[in-house]
Design a protein around this ligand. Structure first.
Ligand code: FUB
Length: 440
């Protein structure tokens, strides 16, 4: 029984696209680690967006069945980066690698106010795949103008390679055993056609694949090339992901439990190119190793394993026992005579007090709501700390309480926790919240 699994009424039958809906996420890098789970390391489009300038606060997501994804919480923000751009933001597409008991989280971040001239490849490490990361500085000698989007492949023989690139240039090189420096020099990846950014390298049946986004008129596609050598030269093979409707395209390819997947992003929830959402679809190879065009679906992918049983430590709090203010009201709904909190105007809020954080640390919040808005939003604060806006896409009507949102935050030990959902972004009714402490 997992201490992280979700309440039964949050489980889905297929993953749905977008798959991650409560916060805006982009640039998914997927990996399967030794604990048998699949993880997505994503960047986080902060809402409201200002271009891609304000991107910050990386979250990780994990799954055991490919359908139900647990938000593992935030792992790093620009404030944690001592060498970083003084104004913060610009925490762009990351990747993670594992070697000898340590997880290495690589992320592009500028070191100066002139952001596009000062990119560096930051490294944070942890003994856990989705928590406890500490920044270790950056890889010297890498970065510079438009050089972003690190990706790391740890090969079957244990050697590790880093790739990155932007502005039409893609480079690769071998990492030292400490994973913190490049052996020798980076070299240009030769043989790619129309490279833009978003390099991702994986290996299948002895063949290396380098996938990347191209320059198609502001609606990038994903292309790929193959090689029998991790650093090329590469043979260009074609387009395998058509435009997703978003001005950027970025993704990763990974195998989980015998099936291959494409992880990518689109803008289906927001209709805005800088407020993106992670999606997953199946990916198929032809017998000769070429990749079939990925079919982008709304249903997403089916389960590859049974859904985990709910966390036995979870507790549910009804909104009728919450404190409401700022114009929010408690309303009786017909269904079971329950009272729900209606949060609508700016300043209105519903606050859950005395929330049990158990021994303290990470806890997932599962919120049940109804809204007729196309996209309502709730402003979350936990013990007075700002967690920004949560998405609450339409549940169909404001009496249909099938709306679901979830996010992982940090709570204090014991019951001294206050969780507030504030309105001002659409009329929404909150029914209840389940709190599921991770106990780690
Ligand atoms: O998410 C910020 C940037 O947009 C990424 O680094 C690029 O690959 C593009 O997706």
């Amino acid at each position: 029984m997992s201490n992280k699994s979700m309440p039964a009424d949050f489980l889905k039958e297929t993953s749905q696209n977008p798959t991650i809906t409560t916060i805006f996420t982009a640039d998914p890098s997927a990996h399967v680690w030794e604990d048998g789970k699949v993880y997505i390391y994503a960047s986080h489009d902060m809402d409201p967006a200002r271009g891609c300038d304000l991107m910050d606060r990386y979250h990780v997501f994990s799954s055991e069945d490919m359908v139900n994804w647990i938000d593992e919480g935030e792992i790093l923000r620009s404030d944690d980066v001592a060498w970083g751009r003084p104004e913060g933001g610009f925490m762009w597409a990351p990747d993670c690698a594992y070697r000898n008991g340590t997880y290495y989280f690589y992320y592009p971040h500028p070191s100066g106010s002139k952001w596009n001239d000062t990119w560096k490849m930051g490294v944070a490490t942890s003994q856990n795949p989705a928590s406890g990361f500490t920044d270790r500085g950056y890889i010297t000698g890498l970065g510079g103008f438009a050089m972003i989007d690190p990706c790391v492949l740890v090969d079957d023989d244990g050697r590790a390679y880093m790739y990155y690139g932007g502005g039409s240039k893609c480079a690769g090189g071998e990492l030292n055993e400490d994973m913190m420096a490049i052996k020798g020099e980076m070299s240009e990846m030769v043989g790619l056609e129309d490279f833009h950014e978003a390099a991702w390298v994986f290996k299948r049946a002895g063949l290396y694949y380098l996938t990347y986004s191209d320059n198609l008129d502001n609606h990038n596609r994903m292309r790929y090339a193959t090689s029998v050598n991790p650093l090329g030269p590469w043979t260009y093979r074609g387009v395998f992901l058509e435009p997703t409707g978003c001005s950027t395209s970025h993704g990763s390819v990974a195998e989980y439990k015998g099936q291959w997947y494409m992880f990518y992003h689109n803008q289906a929830i927001s209709n805005q190119g800088n407020l993106r959402s992670v999606c997953i679809d199946r990916l198929y190879f032809n017998e000769d190793g070429t990749i079939q065009t990925v079919v982008q679906t709304k249903t997403g992918v089916p389960p590859v394993a049974p859904a985990p049983a709910p966390n036995p430590h979870q507790k549910t709090y009804s909104a009728e026992n919450s404190a409401v203010g700022g114009g929010a009201t408690l309303e009786t709904v017909v269904r079971g005579n329950a009272r729900v909190a209606r949060v609508h105007q700016d300043g209105s809020y519903c606050q859950f007090d005395q929330i049990d954080g158990d021994r303290g640390g990470r806890a997932a919040l599962y919120i049940r709501y109804a809204t007729a808005e196309r996209l309502a939003k709730l402003h979350l604060t936990v013990n007075g700390e700002d967690h920004s806006l949560l998405n609450a896409p339409s549940s169909g009507s404001d009496s249909d309480f099938s709306g679901r949102a979830s996010i992982t935050v940090r709570l204090r030990p014991g019951s001294d926790n206050a969780i507030r959902f504030a309105g001002g972004n659409g009329n929404i009714r909150i029914e209840s919240m389940t709190v599921s402490p991770f106990m780690d």
